[in-house]
Design a protein around this ligand. Sequence first.
Ligand code: HEM
Length: 419
Amino acid sequence: MADETQAAAHQEAHREAQAVQAADREPTFPRERTCPFAPPAEYARWQAEQPVAEVVLPSGQDAWLLTRHQDVRAMLDDPRFSADSAHPGFPRMYRQAVPQVLKGTFLRMDGADHLRYRRMLGKEFTAKGAKEMRPLVERTVDGLLDRMAEQGSPADLVTALAYPVPSTTICGVLGVPYEDRARFEDSTRVMISGRSTPEEVVRAKEEILGYLTGLVAAKEREPGDDLISRLLEEQVATGELDRDEVPVLAWLLLAAGHDTTASMIGLGALLLMEHADQLAALRSDPGLVAGAVEELLRHQTIMQIGMNRVALEDVRIGDRTVRAGEGVVAQLMAANRDPEVFADPDRFDITRSARGHVAFGYGPHQCLGQMLARVELQVTLARLFERFPKLRTVRPVAEIPFRHHMFGLYGVTELMVEW
Ligand code: HEM
């Protein structure tokens, strides 16, 4: 027994020593941007010269970085790679030990466990379902634009439009009272900022889960016409789902469903204002809006770090062999600028076919809410420029605050506009 204790202590000391050593290594990924609208320049170089590159992550871990569209899609669709962050080789992006907030959600599950949730939720997030949501999105956007008009120019587009549209929509889908949005908006910000302390992250997650547990209990007593109530009636009542899983699912949908789309609305509006010719084309032919949104998603890929996976067995990618247990990062921004797939990839052109972009990921974990996100982006951007044809930014791009740190989602934190 004493030997075992000694061995465990020795192992622990060894692990700690390794961690200290690892944390001392200089990370080579992610890199900083030099242009606010373009990925860091090194990613294109890696793509051309070392498409399966060995990088050192901020955690000190080694990982493989994929930058080619073809490799990114193949890896994300390959069951030999796992999305389970509990695996020791899973790429960790933070230098310090940060609680894994997504652990226990289906985003971090594989195979049958993951499929079970996708089947349960898939029917709620179809193209048809998103189409049915369009009137709610239109009403929301029109109401917000009315308020902007009433309050007068200038306005901050991030707080006046970009956040309220997806927050109202996802609240509507789930049946979360919109007045309570600060609870999930604030907690999500703390959790994904990459700058919060572990204690802050744990507290934020506990708070939001506590709130949602109360809401689920209220819906058990008084169901409504919303996703949480349907989960309770159709899945919990039949034993398909544990009651305790509902707040976690609701949290994942709230978190994934608002900040992402809000970032894309702000960044999308700005990019259009910066490209007067593209905006003029969109305004003269509103039918271009669906294509414009795809091109915005391709050109401004907000998931700027990458999609992380760990190899479950040895896998050959290009001319390299990724060994079982090694971490892999799929760089979506780089893949969306791959010249093999998108001609002149840095050019922003709303008339091009951006089909095949990976802004929503690829494979089994491809974004569940993508149809809804598309509707929100199409309605918001079309109506914004229809309503305020002379909309322009108050400040030059150099003075607009971007979320510059390379963790979390990319976007603008404030976008002052006038009309
Ligand atoms: C422009 C907006 C959005 C972007 C760019 C985006 C992007 C992504 C990406 C890249 C993934 C893949 C993650 C991975 O492979 O590890 C993902 C997954 C996911 N997204 Fe989105 N998303 C957006 C909007 C939404 C919305 C509105 C919802 C609302 C329900 C949502 C819910 C989810 C969920 C639940 C997953 C996990 C899917 C799974 O693991 O099976 N997303 N999203």
